[in-house]
Design a protein around this ligand. Structure first.
Ligand SMILES: Nc1ncnc2c1ncn2[C@@H]1O[C@H](COP(=O)(O)O)[C@@H](OP(=O)(O)O)[C@H]1O
Ligand SMILES: [Mg+2]
Length: 278
């Protein structure tokens, strides 16, 4: 039987192909501020992901199909949480920093997460008992690819280029994921605390759920998100960070973020890795 990880990776690569098809079309290139291509990419990615995940027999909660009432989803013990295209600003800016996000939630905890970055051809995934992995040079699904072929393709890549997270890094300074141009006063306070603790602090910035991946892979130590996000924005990145040994917690209570709440809005949160500077 095909595993949940294989299904999720296959679905993400298929979604990547749909998104790139729209992203690289003339209409998307010419009409940068027109949201039509974005909506089209979102819709097509959602469709292909839902079609694939359904074979697992588990329900799917996607940003595109967000209107499922709490009464219906409350009894779900395990379900897929999906953001078919995270990083709308990045899609419009055409900087490639947008992602496909698929997570498996079990009893409110993300136990599996897959993030695919179609323009950069990077695939991250993390799962309970398996740690987290980064793969580069991963092409989107090709036309007519079967699930079996896609699984075999990723397995070949795994053997060749698997990078177990966190990666080795030579960084000397503590690094925080934050906007370089506009920091909120609350974020400034956190950075100042880290400066007192660790000396010089550098900032790194990135669009979409890739911010969680920066901490998971060890390119940054901290990502304070003191601004609104929805559960589907974080679920997959949360799993990848979690199984790379990082914590993703409510900035106020210090408790790990939970999923399938009445309100799908996340609290302000922090992603933090155990510090190891060279
Ligand atoms: N006021 C708000 N309420 C809820 N979520 C918000 C929000 N403003 C932004 N977001 C979420 O934050 C995500 C963008 O985060 P970032 O700016 O770090 O890339 C958005 O994802 P999408 O890009 O998929 O729409 C959106 O879901
Ligand atoms: Mg999103």
């Amino acid at each position: 039987m095909i595993s949940n990880i294989s299904v999720a990776i296959g679905a993400a690569l298929r979604a990547g192909a749909e998104i790139l098809d729209v992203y690289n079309s003339e209409i998307a290139v010419e009409l940068k501020e027109d949201r039509t291509p974005l909506t089209e990419a979102d819709r097509r990615a959602h469709k292909v992901i839902s079609e694939k995940l359904i074979i697992t027999g588990l329900p799917v909660l996607s940003e595109e199909g967000r209107s499922i009432p709490y009464d219906v989803r409350h009894p779900w013990e395990s379900f897929w949480m999906v953001d078919p295209l995270d990083g709308t600003k990045e899609f419009i800016k055409r900087n490639g920093e947008f992602t496909v996000n698929i997570a498996l939630i079990d009893k409110r905890v993300p136990v599996l997460g897959v993030i695919y970055v179609p323009v950069k051809k990077i695939l991250y995934y993390g799962a309970w008992n398996q740690g987290s992995t980064k793969l580069e040079g991963i092409e989107p699904a090709w036309p007519g690819a079967t699930d079996k072929e896609l699984t075999a393709y990723v397995k070949r890549k795994l053997i060749k280029g698997m990078q177990v997270l966190p990666l080795e890094n030579e960084r000397k300074n503590y690094a925080v994921v934050a906007s370089r141009s506009h920091l909120s006063a609350e974020t400034e306070v956190i950075i100042e605390e880290k400066r007192k603790q660790y000396g010089e602090v550098e900032t790194v910035s990135m669009g979409s759920s890739l911010k969680l991946c920066l901490v998971a892979e060890g390119s940054a130590d901290l990502y304070p998100r003191l601004a609104p996000t929805m559960e589907w924005d974080t679920a997959a990145g949360h799993a990848i960070a979690r199984y790379a040994g990082c914590r993703v917690y409510d900035a106020k209570t210090g408790l790990e973020l939970e999923y399938n709440k009445v309100d799908l809005l996340n609290p302000w949160f922090i992603v933090e890795r155990p510090v190891c500077l060279s």
